[in-house]
Ligand binder design. Structure first.
Ligand code: FES
Ligand code: FES
Length: 151
């Protein structure tokens, strides 16, 4: 089936099969590999994107469900030359090691700060609770979110 959606501000079209995930369509059809595929079960958050402004695991959303909707991926935030302030904060805080979890954590942080500009530590932990990181021990990630909240 054909779908048409807005991705990072651009209208895009794709031909997907009924069971295809939004994550697969983004990565394999639309040329946007920033959202990572780690568990494909909604457990790790590495595939997090915004769908109509809400944080979702793209591996759990059918591509067909995104038809007519608006998606923002990590590619829509900043560029290699001009990072988004949240990306900048992750780099500055040393919150990026292997980087596999980073796009999802950045998306979750962007969503948090849009709605809660000055989050408490508990609010940060809650907002990022769906995003797993095997490298950092999370402390530097918390530092990054705190820094991004107070630029
Ligand atoms: S790949 Fe989607 S939650 Fe892990
Ligand atoms: S930096 Fe490696 S999984 Fe988070």
């Amino acid at each position: 089936m054909k779908i048409a959606l807005t991705v990072n501000g651009e209208r895009r079209e794709a031909d997907v099969w009924g069971g295809e995930s939004l994550l697969f369509a983004l990565r394999e059809q639309l040329g946007l590999p920033g959202s990572k595929n780690a568990c494909e079960q909604g457990e790790c958050g590495s595939c997090s994107v915004l769908l109509d402004g809400e944080l979702v695991c793209a591996c759990l959303v059918l591509a067909a469900q995104a038809d007519g909707h608006e998606v923002v991926t990590v590619e829509g935030l900043g560029t290699a030359e001009t990072l988004h302030p949240v990306q900048e904060a992750f780099v500055e805080a040393g919150a990026v090691q292997c980087g596999f979890c980073t796009p999802g954590l950045v998306m979750a942080t962007v969503r948090l700060l849009e709605h809660t500009p000055n989050p408490t530590d508990d609010e940060i932990r809650e907002a990022l609770s769906g995003n797993l990181c095997r490298c950092t021990g999370y402390q530097k990630i918390l530092d990054a979110v705190r820094a991004a909240a107070q630029p």
